[in-house]
Design a protein around this ligand. Structure first.
Ligand SMILES: [Zn+2]
Ligand SMILES: [Zn+2]
Length: 437
């Protein structure tokens, strides 16, 4: 893939984000008017809208040849409001969307994008640390509640024993939510409350694990904590996205991430800050910061080797007093295009340009629109099916007489009023449920 000019549209916080590629003005697109200081300013309309320099969800069409990547989590296993843990959303011009890792807190970021949940049914998990799949339950159950009308599909690696694989983790997660699911079955459109697992061999080297609609996703091994972790590449329409979950720098990434347009790889907090900010002993800072994870200097070496059109570093707390250390250390070994990721950073990738911006999102969102028609609750047939699948007695899917008798009758009249109001206002009779169980 040929190297193209990187179009940098905006320079963010302290020039520490996109600005890193801009030690000179070489790659910047500057209008002739803006470039000549001291001259008459161009006329700006007081009433017409101007181009935005940020991404507002659902305001831009994705071109047929375009890939948009949004960071929905860039942080660490130690939780914070400012950064969720690992999660990158890839949206393609053919309409397909893929989620790579679903770390703790990332489901909230995804909901801010207001994408119908039927389009968010494919999740690829690079390894089974909580900061890389801790929000799976929210996507499974919350995603169905917010409108997913089909099973959630999960891809993830095997481990050295069945208990260390993705299928085991997802099965146990489903079992953990037995009460939750049992309490919903029969009462809601239950089509989205299932999860399919596609477990593949963690040792597979650049093996195709997904191929559909012109999209090919491959897996290759990573080195992190135990056998099992992997990295992914996604190729579509001549564009290549690579996602490293966690890893010590490894030979597979150095080989199979080559020619990436966007290469996402972990880049850990600099060792001195692990001591200063996280209270690590120097011994554990050195061990965790350089051997379990990828140190910034090593991240730079990896990127210098694979030479992506844009290198993306994540997995560090990106604060005003920690970012410079990460940047400076990367720059000892790598001088190519670089994004130091934070949540809601957006990359629009085409063959001609990579545009880097931040998304500005709404926090107080409700469920996005449905992609398909809603279906009324399935009632008893759903309950019976679920009871069989989960080995739960069907009689237990409802209230016992003991609990039913605890209903406080004083509210009966006002609640009947709510039904009456709906029937009158909507011109349709809604019968009051007399014997609720
Ligand atoms: Zn990890
Ligand atoms: Zn991690």
């Amino acid at each position: 893939m040929k190297k193209s000019r990187i179009l940098i549209v905006a320079v963010f916080t302290f020039g520490l984000v996109a600005g890193l590629t801009l030690n000179n003005y070489g790659d910047m697109v500057i209008s002739p008017v803006a470039a000549k200081s001291g001259q008459d300013k161009p006329k700006v309309s007081p009433v017409e809208p101007r181009d935005r320099d940020y991404y507002a969800p659902n305001s831009e069409k994705l071109a047929p040849d375009e890939m948009r990547v949004i960071a929905c989590g860039t942080g660490m296993p130690t939780t914070r409001a400012a950064q969720a843990a690992a999660c990158f959303l890839v949206e393609l011009g053919n309409g397909d969307k893929f989620i790579f890792d679903i770390g703790t807190g990332s489901a909230e970021r995804i909901s801010s994008l207001q994408i119908p949940y039927d389009y968010l049914d494919k999740i690829f998990i690079g390894h089974l640390h909580a900061d890389h799949f801790g929000s799976l339950a929210e996507m499974f159950i919350g995603g169905a509640l917010m409108g997913r009308q089909k099973p959630l599909r999960v891809w993830g690696p095997s481990g050295r024993t069945p208990e260390l694989g993705t299928a085991y983790a997802v099965q146990k997660l489903k079992e953990m939510y037995t009460w939750d699911l049992a309490g919903r079955v029969g009462l809601v459109d239950f089509r989205g409350y299932t999860v399919e697992v596609n477990e593949f061999d963690y040792k597979a080297e650049n093996a195709v694990i997904y191929e559909d609609n012109g999209v090919t996703i491959r897996s290759f091994p990573a080195i992190h904590a135990l056998d099992g972790p992997v990295s992914f590449s996604l190729e579509w329409n001549g564009l290549k996205f690579v996602f490293g979950s966690d890893s010590y720098p490894n030979k597979w990434f150095a080989e199979y991430a080559k020619d990436a347009d966007l290469a996402v790889h972990e880049c850990f907090v600099a060792a001195p800050d692990l001591v200063k900010k996280m209270g690590f002993t120097p011994e554990s800072a050195l061990l965790v910061g350089t051997q379990v994870h990828t140190a910034p200097e090593a991240f730079g070496k990896v990127m210098a080797e694979i030479q992506p059109r844009m290198a993306v570093a994540y997995h560090f707390f990106k604060d005003f007093d920690t970012t410079a250390a990460v940047n400076d250390r990367i720059r000892t070994t790598y001088d190519g295009p670089l994004s130091l990721a934070e949540d809601f950073m957006v990359w629009n990738v085409t063959k001609d340009a990579i545009k880097v911006r931040m998304a500005v999102v709404e926090e107080a969102t409700w469920a996005p629109p449905l992609a398909g028609a809603a279906q009324p609750p399935g009632g008893d047939p759903d309950r019976e099916k679920y009871a069989k699948e989960m080995d739960v007695p069907v009689e237990s899917l409802g209230y016992s007489d003991f609990i039913k008798e605890g209903r406080w009758g004083e509210v009966d009249e006002v609640l009947r009023g709510v039904y009456k109001e709906a029937s009158e206002k909507l011109g349709q009779e809604f019968p009051y449920p007399e014997n609720q169980d």
